[in-house]
Ligand binder design. Structure first.
Ligand code: ZN
Length: 291
């Protein structure tokens, strides 16, 4: 059985936070991994509100180095140090080493664990384990930026009835998954390939067709939803265009986040966007989605 995936929208506000909306941060939890995507101001407090110890964070992915997406790193690192973390922490992003070095220089205290900055460019596979991989996707913002694509590996689902008919059970089932065949029995004759789940996070961006192509048939797209109008000067897409393209590219669920403080209720956006694409939700702080 595939591992459950739990996503928590820790902060869903845009450049200026409000009492209801913290700065950007999304937590992905699956298996042993607790991954933060962006780490705006207040992220560690939001983690605590969500009942997740900051010590569990395994790695951090920053979409771009605007303060509303990274200002929570310094206090989070200090907490991890005070709580005596020993495991290394990887921080990915465009120009990651420049900003991570600057953050570490800002304090008197040394850090009691290793912090590895990993510079990334759009269009790369940047992390992989036995369960999933993460790659970067081109986005269009006013500073170097990337979006991130989480893709679970495709997996074989054994049809037990078919397998038993061919004399396969117990240990033999994992053996055929591993080897592709046992004797003259092919894996595909007793199992079905199930495509892995796919989730994308855009960070801040105008419409990026690279992102939508990567998001084709995605289970979830978490996209910049700053406002309903295209904001060319500030490099934010219109939520209406995002909804239209999510429908076109068959995204199963669109989650709009990074909302401008001018919207007092989610409904102000939903009533415009939902008629364009019904599978749209507007995020709120600490919203959880399970897959
Ligand atoms: Zn932002």
């Amino acid at each position: 059985m595939p591992e459950p995936i739990e996503i928590t929208l820790l902060g869903t506000g845009s450049a200026i936070p409000t009492p209801k909306r913290s700065h950007s941060s999304v937590l992905f939890h699956t298996g042993r991994e607790y991954m933060l995507f962006d780490c705006g101001e207040g992220t560690q407090v939001q983690l605590q509100k969500a009942g997740i110890s900051p010590l569990k964070i395994t790695r951090i992915f920053i979409t771009h180095w605007h303060a509303d997406h990274f200002a929570g790193l310094l206090p989070l690192i200090e907490t991890l140090h005070l709580e005596k973390r020993t495991e290394p922490l990887e921080i990915y992003g465009p120009d990651a080493s420049r900003f991570v070095d600057a953050i570490l220089e800002l304090s008197y205290w040394g850090v009691g664990f290793d912090i590895k900055a990993k510079n990334v460019k759009a269009g790369e596979k940047i992390f992989s384990n036995e369960q999933f991989e993460i790659s970067t996707v081109k986005t269009k913002h006013s500073v170097p930026s990337v979006g991130y694509c989480f893709k679970e590996k495709d997996h074989w689902h054994i049809d037990i009835k078919k397998a038993l008919k061919r004399g396969l059970s117990g240990q033999k089932l994992s053996e055929i998954k591993e080897k592709g065949k046992i004797r003259n029995i092919l894996l595909k004759s007793v199992a079905k390939m199930t495509p892995g789940r796919k989730i994308l996070y855009s960070g801040d961006t105008l419409i990026s067709m690279d992102l939508f192509k990567a998001a084709k048939n995605a289970d979830i797209l978490i996209h910049d939803g700053t406002g309903l109008k295209n904001m060319e000067r500030k490099s934010h897409a219109s939520a209406k265009d995002v909804a239209r393209l999510s429908k076109k590219y068959k995204v199963k669920k669109l989650i709009l986040t990074h909302l401008s403080k001018k919207y007092k209720t989610n409904n102000e956006i939903l009533k415009v966007v939902k008629p364009i694409y019904k599978n749209t939700v507007v995020a709120y702080d600490l919203m959880k989605v399970k897959l």
